[in-house]
Design a protein around this ligand. Sequence first.
Ligand SMILES: Nc1ncnc2c1ncn2[C@@H]1O[C@H](COP(=O)(O)OP(=O)(O)OP(=O)(O)O)[C@@H](O)[C@H]1O
Ligand SMILES: [Mg+2]
Length: 256
Amino acid sequence: MHGTLPRPAGPAAPGATDGPVLDVAGLSGGYGPVEVLRDVAFSVRAGEMLAVVGANGAGKTTLLRTISGLLVPRAGAIRFAGRDIAGHSPSEIVRMGVAHAPEGRRLFAGMTVEENLRLGAYARRDKSRPSIAASIDRVFAHFPRLRERRRQLAGTLSGGEQQMCAIGRALMAEPRLLMIDELSLGLAPLIVEELVHILHAINAAGTTVLLVEQDVAVALGVCSRAVVLQTGRVVLTGDAAALLDDADIIKSYLGG
Ligand SMILES: Nc1ncnc2c1ncn2[C@@H]1O[C@H](COP(=O)(O)OP(=O)(O)OP(=O)(O)O)[C@@H](O)[C@H]1O
Ligand SMILES: [Mg+2]
């Protein structure tokens, strides 16, 4: 789908060009005895934007937490760039190239925008000053509003700006795969539109995106493919435009 984009120079990481960047198979897990994910399987292709949609409680957040290493899967494999990352610690998984902007944004309200961004660099390998400064510049290039507000406390930002800061913080890990949990939640349509525009630019600059989103119209409008979760199982995977046109699917799985 990004046939017009030049390939990055140099040797590609394993799985960078042909195979999926993320491949989840037979994944089960949840919280202690509470099994949420059941035999989940899907892949994210390098360079694409994939949506995971599903009703309240379908397991979307649990899925992202499991991929990030915050929850340990009970069974199954999570392959990222050709390596099995299941069972690795969250900071190892960040270092391997997966970053997560969590549901609810989880910023440190009493810290400035820039301090929050710097926290996103915590787990990365290259923590030299120039390289972190370059990442902050890249984040500010995507989110000029954050540059203006870099010394403002995160708790005083608007909801949209907080979402920008949360995504910016994830980008500070210089991930190959950016996972966002609930992009649009609680935000006005105009702000969502702005975020979507920026997300496309981030993707065009080479970051693969996995977007969890309760608003089906937003998710399927932004992404080219989608996975539908229902009570912890993948019930459908397909072309986003086709899913969006299918009123029955929206009704039966997504409560639309
Ligand atoms: N910490 C927890 N302990 C036990 N069960 C949990 C916990 N967090 C979530 N659950 C349960 O796991 C299931 C899936 O929740 P999850 O948050 O993954 O869904 P979701 O698809 O992200 O929902 P939402 O659209 O509301 O964000 C739900 O039944 C929920 O009650
Ligand atoms: Mg959730």
